[in-house]
Design a protein around this ligand. Structure first.
Ligand SMILES: C[S@@+](CC[C@H](N)C(=O)[O-])C[C@H]1O[C@@H](n2cnc3c(N)ncnc32)[C@H](O)[C@@H]1O
Length: 341
């Protein structure tokens, strides 16, 4: 089925937000256990904690952090948006498109292509999308039932109700980046099989995920070194997410792709330096990591694990100090994989 066939307006269920410790979250995502990171443009109410300032920008929320993360990726990927050898893609699907950074850039780079960006949250989607970029609301886990529209006039974004009902054999490229925080632990294999189904024969899937296990390349931060705040942050985060999501999924993408039927699977594990080994990447990623240490872990650690906010903020503060310490040379790994159908 073509997404255009049966879009229906967005209802309030998906638009509602809730404030938690000064950050805005999508109510639907929290109450359905879908996604636990904020969706804010600005951080509304600050706690006593000193929020970081992103590089060259005033204090901003998750949208700005994702933009910064995408800038870092762009540099690490040698300014390439699509890694596989796809000359002139006609149909491109971006799953969990967030602030639309990749989707907008790819739409501009391939003006003749039709690009569809999907996200569970309408809150971060770009307001001025290029004409060849369509944005829709859908749950990649498929738990969002078709809502009964309450007010057709108020709908801002269309919602395509049933899950992954995109036409089979349609897309030249399917892109899925940093969605591990939103894919249910037991959904990964069927998620990748769904991607396989909607790709046209010869089409490519490109996945990028961050494995949040801080490691150093000179042994100053080791898994055994639980005294280090970054190690403690990593292990708290992995534990807190574990029952719901699979924080180790990034390490298994290639094998799941092969099981789904993909061939020519190429998987690379890249380290993302937290400090300025490469000056620009290091500086920008340092800003990204500073923000991310707080934003993605706030809800899982304080709500799921019951860590008092004060302890959480101390942990983040110490972890940020370590992430900025050049003697630590800390890296997070960023596996990327691409494969052809
Ligand atoms: C960390 S952001 C990454 C955004 C974008 N892919 C990027 O690389 O900048 C994760 C995005 O996935 C979306 N997301 C998480 N779980 C989802 C789900 N089950 N269905 C649809 N979107 C989801 C979130 O709303 C968020 O926008």
């Amino acid at each position: 089925m073509d997404p255009d066939d049966s879009t229906i307006p967005l209802d309030n269920t998906i638009s509602e937000t809730v404030e938690y410790q000064g950050r805005a979250y999508q109510q639907y995502a929290l109450s359905n256990g879908t996604y636990f990171a904020p969706i804010d443009e600005v951080i509304k109410a600050l706690t006593n904690f000193q929020q970081p300032t992103l590089i060259n920008s005033p204090i901003q929320g998750e949208i700005a952090r994702l933009e910064l993360a995408n800038r870092v990726f762009h540099r690490v990927f040698d300014n390439r948006l699509i890694f596989p050898p796809v000359a002139s893609p006609r149909n491109i699907l971006d799953l969990g498109c967030g602030g639309g950074d990749w989707a907008v850039q790819v739409s501009e780079q391939y003006p003749d292509a039709s690009v569809l960006g999907i996200d569970i949250s309408p809150h971060m989607l770009p307001e001025d999308a290029p004409d060849n970029l369509e944005l829709q609301i859908d749950d990649l886990n498929g738990r969002y039932d078709v809502p009964i529209p309450r007010d057709m006039e108020q709908a801002e974004w269309s919602f395509f109700g049933a899950r992954f009902t995109f036409r089979s054999d349609r897309y030249d490229v399917v892109h899925s980046q940093m969605v591990a925080g939103g894919i249910h632990a037991n959904r990964w294999r069927s998620y990748i099989r769904d991607i396989f189904r909607v790709l046209r024969p010869g089409g490519w899937c490109q996945m990028v995920e961050i494995y949040f296990n801080a490691q150093s390349d000179n042994g100053t931060l080791t898994r055994a070194g639980e005294d280090h705040a970054l190690s403690r942050w990593s292990s708290h985060y992995l534990q807190a997410m574990h029952p719901y999501k699979d924080p180790r999924a990034p390490l298994q993408l290639a094998s799941w792709m092969r099981s789904a039927g993909f061939r020519d699977v190429e998987s690379r594990l890249l380290t993302l330096p937290m400090y300025a080994r490469d000056r620009i990447i290091g500086e920008e990623n340092n800003g990204n990591i500073h923000e991310l240490l707080y934003s993605i872990a706030l809800y899982p650690l304080t709500h799921f694990k019951g860590m008092p906010l004060k302890d959480f903020e101390e942990l983040v503060d110490d972890a940020r100090t370590e992430a900025s310490d050049p003697s630590f040379k800390v890296c997070v790994h960023r596996p990327k994989a691409s494969s052809v159908k």
